[in-house]
Design a protein. Structure first.
Length: 88
């Protein structure tokens, strides 16, 4: 009985591991990283660069150039460096 349960749980775990793996191409993975960094920068430099926006705004891939522009224009040296990394 225990062996049957063990085999069943093993098969479920194996199947879940196969389904949860993503196959991303390099460009998509890079864009995901850029969006994540833009969201961090939005939160970090909110009071300097994005004070007129909704604080709960969710940055998307379409907003990358806008976030970079605002960082480089209004944020100072640290924000400028982050902005140049977002949109080289």
């Amino acid at each position: 009985m225990e062996r049957a349960i063990h085999q069943y749980l093993s098969s479920i775990g194996r199947e879940g591991g196969r389904k949860s793996r993503r196959n991303l191409d390099c460009a998509t993975a890079r864009e995901m990283v850029r969006v994540r960094e833009a969201r961090r920068a939005f939160a970090r430099f909110y009071s300097r660069c994005f004070w007129s926006c909704d604080p709960g705004y969710r940055v998307t891939a379409a907003d990358l150039s806008w976030v970079a522009e605002q960082l480089m224009r209004h944020g100072g040296r640290q924000a400028f460096e982050v902005g140049t990394k977002l949109c080289p």
